[in-house]
Design a protein around this ligand. Structure first.
Ligand SMILES: Cc1cc2nc3c(=O)[nH]c(=O)nc-3n(C[C@H](O)[C@H](O)[C@H](O)COP(=O)(O)OP(=O)(O)OC[C@H]3O[C@@H](n4cnc5c(N)ncnc54)[C@H](O)[C@@H]3O)c2cc1C
Length: 383
């Protein structure tokens, strides 16, 4: 067992991202939330800084770093805007599907623009029939006259209205036992018949766009298939498990840090009984509880990211990290609001947004019940 510490390079990356966040994110986070605006205009700058392609190898224009560094990036951004955090984290989902399952031509075609932030990516899996029922998807892909023809509707898709590269899973047939054969495709956003649908007015994570994406007789060349027919379930599941839940855990670590920092700031400035609020032991205990939950969420998140970087099994670890970090972020935001008395519910302070962002993080990447099912399954089978 090694002592857990970030490397000097990782600390330097954190410092650089923090400088970017302090100048380009923190001053606007409240306005993005109020106006339900996703700052897509920041993608080229995030590309230049290596954040869009943090784990894309240098040969495809990325920063050539790993998933620990990606967690640092998402934590730092989400400290001030979990909305922008999920927009970038979902861009990484589309990137990961292409990087880990694409062929050389697909990687050459898509990754450089995605690394540069010239294009935004998305991963469209969830359907109105229920996100938890992954194998119940109804969207179809049919091979006709030399092309794949895709039809269906996806919902709750992050980057729905801003992604130019959209990875879809569809049912392309049934196996001998009648189970759906799931296949993944890369769709260029401007392909005829591919279009965003309704845009959701979310409670939290409002610095991101979430909505429907529709395929209406979208004709794709066979080269747009990712990996091979039937590989779609594996592609989507591993990407959601090891990149999606990883990202949501890091985002929630960012929200937890926001709670610690805001409660320390408020309680040292607020004077009650002639002295700072933080002299009251009950308030100190609230701050301490939030700090404990931040530290636990951080350890779980970065441990799982370290396993991913080492090429070791990490799906259960990410399910545990995502469950803990998102539920802890809700508890911490509620606790922070309580510790501020009446000021806690005044929108001038960011803590109400932290609570809404934390709540909206729970279903993203799979609900808490789904994380518990995965964790129970692994535990009972001795993994
Ligand atoms: C902000 C946001 C961003 C998102 N971004 C994306 C995206 O980019 N791409 C994408 O594909 N999807 C995305 N999603 C969708 C997300 O993955 C789904 O919301 C999630 O998987 C849950 O699916 P559902 O909403 O249909 O809920 P349902 O699956 O209908 O679940 C309803 C309830 O039933 C419970 N439940 C379901 N099955 C079980 C079970 N077996 N045992 C116990 N309880 C169960 C759930 O925990 C939940 O409480 C996003 C969602 C949100 C909120």
């Amino acid at each position: 067992m090694q002592f857990f510490q970030f490397t000097e390079e990782q600390e330097m990356l954190r410092k650089a991202v923090r400088e970017f966040v302090d100048s380009e994110v923190a001053p606007h986070a409240k306005e993005w939330d109020e106006n339900d605006h996703c700052p897509v205009e920041l993608f080229p700058l995030m590309g230049e800084l290596g954040l869009c392609g943090v784990f894309i190898p240098e040969e495809y224009g990325g920063a050539g770093l790993g998933h620990t560094e990606r967690a640092i990036v998402l934590e730092e951004i989400s400290r001030h805007s979990a909305g922008l955090g999920i927009a970038l984290m979902t861009h990484h989902l589309g990137v990961a599907a292409i990087l880990y399952y694409g062929n050389e031509a697909q990687k050459q075609k898509y990754l450089p623009d995605l690394a540069a932030g010239k294009k935004v990516a998305g991963l469209s899996v969830t359907e109105p029939g229920g996100g938890s029922d992954f194998m119940g998807q109804k969207s179809t892909g049919e091979f006709k006259d030399g092309s794949w023809v895709l039809n269906g509707r996806k919902c709750f898709i992050t980057n729905s209205h801003i992604a130019q590269v959209d990875v879809w899973t569809v049912v392309t047939g049934q196996d001998e036992k009648g189970r759906p054969i799931m296949t993944a495709f890369i769709i260029d956003g401007d392909t005829e018949g591919h279009a965003p649908g309704r845009k959701e007015n979310k409670m939290g994570l409002r610095g991101s766009v979430t909505g429907d994406v529709i395929c209406n007789n979208v004709k794709l060349a066979p080269e747009q298939m990712l990996s091979k027919e039937g590989a779609g379930a594996k592609i989507a599941m591993t990407t959601i498990q090891e990149v999606g839940r990883a990202g949501m855990s890091a985002i929630c670590v960012g929200i937890l840090r926001g709670c610690v920092e805001e409660s320390v700031k408020f309680s040292s400035e607020r004077i009650l009984y002639g002295k700072p609020l933080n002299k009251i032991q009950a308030i100190q205990f609230m701050i301490a509880e939030t700090r404990v939950e931040l530290e636990a969420a951080k350890l779980l998140t970065y441990r799982a990211a370290g396993l991913k970087d080492a090429g070791l099994p990490c799906s259960t670890e990410f399910a545990i990290a995502k469950y803990y970090a998102s539920e802890a972020a809700v508890r911490a935001a509620r606790r922070t609001i309580d510790s501020m008395g009446g000021y806690g519910v005044i929108n001038e302070y960011p803590v109400g947004r932290f609570l809404r962002d934390a709540l909206a993080s729970i279903p993203s990447g799979g609900t808490s019940q789904v994380q518990l099912l995965i964790t129970a399954g692994a535990t009972i089978s001795g993994k």
